[in-house]
Design a binder for this molecule. Structure first.
Ligand code: AHM
Ligand code: MG
Length: 335
């Protein structure tokens, strides 16, 4: 990899193309980069520092919290709070949003929604986990406490979104609505370098990613689509290949690079799906569309859904355009 452009240089160099272009979004992305480095360091030493394992409590969604979930949440919130770019944050790990009302936040125009550590079940087994973030302009008046409405905006109002993947390399991938760029972390230097400029997902792919263990619970359209993926038809490159890590960031990142579709449908055990609209599906949908792919709930574009609650779940179909369209075709046929 050529180490030419650092993330810092890229942000400054492209600031004029960022929405609103006032420098605040650049500063916010720099804060996320900083918090990401801190979380990365904790994850790297997790096996040594006795921070693997369970925290001993459940989050608001009844899911068991891991120590690193809690640590990543604290690091992102304290880092963003210590700087003046955002006026509030909502997280998978907290029931309610937090309003930042100190003096330094009084002019802040942005809110962040975050899944601080996605794929928690993979922490203890040394498999890639990630952080997902979504950034909006607040709707309410600056200088007043943020409101729930500031967070319940449809995905098409996002001004930026991205993820950090803590994998064989640590990467930060983000969009501000002008394509998707990926940066790889060099731990020796402490900088992210532009390694994947202008990322584009192949129009079609060979990988389908879904937790097939839940097959019996899936809607008929998904069952039929899976069977279609497994049929022999050399003309359409079938059977396809199944790849499922169980870390959305890792599954998404692989499919983005190679072409593929990720599906987490609703099922009898997860009547609305598992993934959360605001801090998992919307940011990933924004990135996917910016990379030339598609994201829907099986029928409707993810970013056009109107959120009604902070931790709302939705079915998620995301990836190469042709593959998402094929899955939607089955969903429509077996409604
Ligand atoms: P989490 O945010 O609690 O880690 O849950 C989200 C994760 C995704 O990263 C992943 O794609 C999915 O849950 C895996 O779920 P399952 O184990 O049901 O297949
Ligand atoms: Mg998650």
């Amino acid at each position: 990899m050529q180490r030419h452009t650092t993330l810092g240089e890229f942000i400054i160099g492209n600031q004029k193309d960022f929405p609103y272009a006032k420098g605040e979004l650049s500063a916010l992305l720099s804060s996320i980069r900083l918090a990401g480095k801190m979380v990365n360091q904790e994850i790297n030493k997790a096996g040594l520092a006795e921070i693997l394992g369970k925290f001993g409590s459940d989050n608001v969604q009844g899911e068991e919290q891991m120590k690193l979930d809690v640590l990543a949440n604290d690091l992102f919130i304290s880092t963003l709070r210590s700087r003046g770019e955002i006026c509030g944050i909502a997280s998978e790990e907290m029931e309610d949003y937090v309003s930042f009302d100190e003096d330094i936040h009084k002019d802040a125009k942005y809110v962040v929604l975050i899944d601080p550590l996605d794929g928690s079940s993979n922490i203890d087994v040394n498999v890639t986990v990630g952080t997902i973030f979504s950034i909006y302009r607040r709707i309410s008046e600056p200088g007043t406490p943020v409101t729930l409405e500031d967070f319940l905006q449809p995905g098409n109002k996002q001004v930026a979104a991205g993820y950090l993947a803590y994998g064989t390399s640590t990467m930060l991938v983000f969009t501000t609505g002008n394509g998707v760029n990926g940066f790889t972390y060099d731990p020796g230097i402490g900088s992210f370098f532009l390694s994947h400029p202008k990322m584009q997902i192949p129009e079609d792919g060979k990988i389908y990613s879904i937790n097939e263990g839940n097959y019996v619970h899936f809607p008929e359209g998904v069952k039929k689509y899976i069977k279609w993926c497994q049929e022999l038809d050399p003309a359409t490159n079938r059977p396809l290949t199944s790849r499922y890590i169980g870390s959305l960031v890792a599954d998404f990142h692989r499919n983005l690079l190679k072409g593929g579709v990720y599906i987490y449908p609703k099922g009898t055990t997860a009547p609305k799906g598992k993934l959360r609209l605001l801090y998992e599906c919307n940011p990933m949908a924004y990135l996917m569309e910016q990379a030339g792919g598609a994201a829907s709930d099986g029928y409707t574009r993810i970013m056009d859904l109107d959120p009604t609650e902070l931790h709302e779940r939705v079915p998620f179909f995301c990836g190469s355009k042709t593959m998402v369209a094929k899955a939607e075709e089955f969903m429509d046929q077996y409604r």
